[in-house]
Design a protein around this ligand. Structure first.
Ligand SMILES: [Zn+2]
Length: 354
């Protein structure tokens, strides 16, 4: 960054602070923020926009209004990497993740989910990682089963997920892969609200080769780079949401075909060769707030909750009841901390239901 652009940035920030200080209208705040990099604006939001829940735009270009956080601990899940503050999502997605965790524990022999990144409090582009996860309809779930004990905050930051692959191969390692992994993935794909699931081609192949049950949802499991430590659930736009752009449904069929075989050729893994007459690509311009759907400027400028106590939590009725009970019993609201602010990473709490 050259000194001039630094100066411009500082001036803009000063202006924003001043606008907030004088209680400027949402409209003038929106104007002031319009030409800022979107990832700076959304990466800085610590709390959700208090607006009706709405996924706005596309998975890789949008934002989230009225997001809720999945509680750090549920009966059948634990949220990881709390310091990232990326466990916010559309209430429909949070409900889906909680349902999957419950049903997989009850029926699939999967002890519980370790929940990775979902979205930022107001969604939007991130300062690091993930092209998608912007509208609160994408969630990463670890392929490591949840341990029996409650992980400490430090463990949630530092534990590594387990790769399902044999080192330097595209093949699943049968010492770590279990039939319960297969059941978990096939259950996740089976929900009608799930649009697609991204997994490594090696894992898709394993499922194609070994899954004996209902294969009607197999086509939703989409092979993609990475995704051998975790899988990525994407749900459809919630019905009736205006301004949420759907992705084309995956091609019909199981996907256990030529399209999968392609992943086991050199082509997808070879470094991109420049074509003969290719001009050097111009440097990509950073996405500005004004490049996102207009409603995202409203989301960026909207007020947050007055206090953390107002933040809504996961949709799981058990978690909500447990929270209400905890409140009734005089347990501090921070028993289910929603926002891990820097230096205040919440300590794990006893499971809501024991
Ligand atoms: Zn993901």
């Amino acid at each position: 960054m050259n000194p001039v652009s630094t100066l411009v940035t500082v001036t803009r920030q000063t202006m924003l602070v001043a606008l907030i200080a004088i209680g400027a209208s949402a409209a003038s705040m929106q104007t002031a923020m319009a030409d800022q990099p979107a990832k700076q604006v959304f990466g800085a939001a610590k709390l959700p926009a208090v607006l009706p829940a709405r996924a706005i735009g596309f998975y890789s270009k949008g934002c989230l209004a009225g997001g809720i956080a999945i509680p750090t601990d549920g009966p059948t899940w634990q949220a990881m990497r709390l310091s990232r503050n990326r466990r916010w999502g559309h209430p429909d997605l949070i409900a889906l993740v909680e349902k999957l965790s419950r049903e997989a524990a009850a029926k699939d022999g999967w002890p519980g989910l370790l929940v990775g990144d979902i979205a930022q409090p107001r969604g939007g582009p991130m300062l690091s990682g993930h092209a998608s996860h912007q509208v609160g309809l994408d969630a990463d779930i670890w392929l490591t089963p949840m341990p029996q004990r409650t992980l400490t905050a430090a463990e949630r930051e530092n534990i590594s997920a387990t790769s399902m692959l044999r080192k330097n191969t595209l093949q699943v390692d049968d010492r770590v892969w279990t039939p319960a992994h297969a059941r978990l993935l096939m259950r996740a794909a089976s929900y009608p609200e799930v649009e697609r699931i991204f997994i490594h081609p090696g894992i898709k192949k394993k499922l194609c080769d070994t899954w004996k049950g209902d294969r009607s949802a197999m086509g939703k499991l989409r092979p993609y780079y990475g995704h051998h430590y975790h899988f990525h659930i994407r749900i459809k736009c919630p019905p009736g949401t205006s301004g949420c752009r759907s992705q084309n449904p995956p091609p019909s069929g199981s996907g256990c075909d030529k399209s999968l075989a392609w992943w086991f050729t050199d082509e997808p893994w070879a470094p991109a060769k420049p074509k003969k007459n290719d001009k050097p690509k111009p440097r990509k311009r950073e996405i500005q707030l004004s490049d996102l759907p207009q409603a995202c400027s409203v989301v960026a400028a909207a007020p947050g909750p007055a206090s953390e106590a107002e933040v809504t939590f996961g949709a799981d009725p058990i978690a909500r009841i447990a929270r209400a009970n905890a409140n009734a019993a005089g347990v501090a609201a921070s028993a289910f901390p929603a926002v891990p602010l820097p230096g205040r990473i919440p300590l794990p709490v006893p499971r809501p239901v024991n």
